[in-house]
Design a protein around this ligand. Structure first.
Ligand code: HEC
Ligand code: HEC
Ligand code: HEC
Ligand code: HEC
Ligand code: HEC
Length: 237
């Protein structure tokens, strides 16, 4: 070899190994998702113009720990890979832009132990149970009948509707709920009282998939745009 001095030789070898490992880490550990490089499904309704970094921020954890965990995953010693360089996108992130104090089904409510049974069927504690990203959709649930998990024993006193809630529930008409009610209660509109005035089931289902909003375009709270979010949250990157 080039180095007569064995110490120099070891130093050179050491540097070489260092450089190789550095290159590998650099190549497989991008700290920010590389925009456009990853071919995921199209963004959800309304999110088409958001930057990746509006939702994906750098993971805190130690890079070496992430690397170890993912090597363990690769060789089969771990069940799940950890987020490489990015933090999991959780409720908190969504609420940075979508805080709606009027939400009639706020996710935190379902942390209460009395909802444990319902949560086992539908985890209403997490936005991602119903809204998943990169799916080109508004709601990932097949249909809107999930109200049954919590409202199966609903009683409405002085029920104003022409076919009372009790009858709808007895007949398991769970598709009708979203024909009159939105879920979060953010739309400004008058809830119908007659079955003939309800939104058609087709329009509801199109809406869930990402189509036009059949309730109204008017809402009490609009989400923050990316520009507003940058100003308010101030943690861009
Ligand atoms: C509105 C928030 C949002 C935006 C904007 C966004 N993502 Fe995501 N992304 C998510 C969520 C939430 C998940 C978790 C999986 C899911 O819910 O479908 C995810 C999952 C991923 C994953 C799968 C790996 C993982 O960590 O689970 C990759 C890769 C990814 N996104 C890359 C991107 C890229 C590239 C962009 C920009 C083109 C982008 N994302 C923009 C919210 C977003
Ligand atoms: C940086 C701000 C931002 C973040 C973070 C964000 N959103 Fe959005 N979201 C928006 C904007 C802006 C729109 C478009 C609103 C419009 O077009 O009226 C939107 C639209 C939506 C819509 C469709 C709204 C409609 O009009 O029907 C849903 C559902 C939604 N976001 C859910 C989420 C979820 C779930 C997350 C977390 C994974 C999230 N958003 C993260 C800003 C954000
Ligand atoms: C159990 C299912 C479920 C969960 C959990 C859920 N959503 Fe929704 N979301 C829906 C349904 C159904 C609609 C359509 C009806 C409506 O517009 O309220 C909707 C509509 C929306 C809309 C558009 C209407 C509006 O209010 O402006 C946004 C934005 C939204 N969700 C964001 C979120 C965010 C953010 C979270 C978590 C904090 C979340 N959702 C949790 C089911 C859910
Ligand atoms: C995970 C459980 C859960 C699911 C699923 C659920 N709800 Fe609810 N809903 C609740 C709880 C809890 C309340 C609050 C009742 C109370 O405070 O007495 C509520 C309240 C309501 C209210 C009355 C709000 C008010 O301000 O008076 C309406 C309307 C409603 N839900 C409709 C629906 C519809 C429509 C669906 C399905 C698309 C649905 N809910 C799914 C648990 C749920
Ligand atoms: C024809 C329209 C219509 C249909 C269909 C309908 N509702 Fe209602 N619902 C109303 C009206 C009107 C009220 C009175 C309060 C209001 O204006 O929101 C109401 C009230 C409620 C309340 C509040 C009860 C209270 O005591 O405060 C809940 C919860 C509810 N509905 C859930 C459901 C569920 C679950 C379904 C599906 C089985 C459903 N609704 C179907 C129109 C409807």
């Amino acid at each position: 070899m080039f180095f007569k001095n064995p110490l120099r030789k070891r130093q050179a070898l050491g540097s070489l190994i260092g450089i190789v490992i550095g290159v590998i880490i650099y190549a497989i550990l991008p700290q920010e998702p590389v925009e456009g490089l990853l071919s995921l499904g199209p963004m959800n309704v309304g999110h088409e113009n958001l930057s990746c970094t509006a939702c994906h921020t750098s993971a805190k954890g130690n890079m070496i720990q992430q690397l170890q965990a993912n090597i363990a995953f690769t060789v089969g010693a771990r069940k799940k890979a950890v987020d490489f360089g990015t933090k999991n996108v959780d409720n908190k992130k969504c609420l940075e832009c979508h805080d709606r104090p009027n939400d009639r089904h706020p996710t935190y409510r379902f942390e209460e132990p009395k909802f444990a049974d319902a949560v086992a069927k539908i985890d209403a504690r997490l936005c991602e149970t119903c809204h998943r990203e990169h799916n080109d959709t508004r709601i990932v649930l097949e249909n809107g009948t999930f109200c049954v998990n919590c409202h199966y024993d609903l009683e409405v006193v002085n029920d104003p509707i022409d076919i009372p809630h009790s009858t709808l529930i007895k007949n398991k008409e769970w598709t009708t709920c979203l024909q009159c009610h939105d879920f979060h209660g953010n739309h400004i509109y008058h809830t119908p009282e007659k079955m003939k005035d309800t939104i058609s089931l087709k329009k509801v289902n199109d809406y869930l998939k990402g189509g036009d909003d059949p309730f109204t375009e008017k809402k009490k709270y609009m989400p923050l745009s990316e520009e507003e979010w940058k100003k308010v949250v101030g943690n861009y990157k």
